[in-house]
Design a protein around this ligand. Structure first.
Ligand code: ZN
Length: 70
């Protein structure tokens, strides 16, 4: 049985994405990862876990909605 890591931010939900920019990689659940997308500081160097497709879809949507300055 595979063990799903728990989100390192809320320590509640199972992680769906791992931030590879830090060592060791930091697990994030979908909710916490999407907060970062909304804040404009999304995890871009990541590895998807189970359910991670939802993060990738929201990331693509969120970044395409970003209006550049000027
Ligand atoms: Zn979380």
């Amino acid at each position: 049985m595979a063990e799903t890591p728990t989100c390192s931010e809320c320590h509640t939900h199972p992680a769906v994405v791992e931030d590879l920019d830090v060592d060791p990689a930091r697990p994030w659940c979908l909710g916490c990862a999407l907060v970062l997308v909304k804040l404009g500081d999304p995890i871009l160097n990541y590895r998807l876990g189970p359910g991670g497709e939802a993060y990738e879809a929201e990331l693509a949507r969120g970044t395409s909605q970003t209006i550049p300055f000027g």
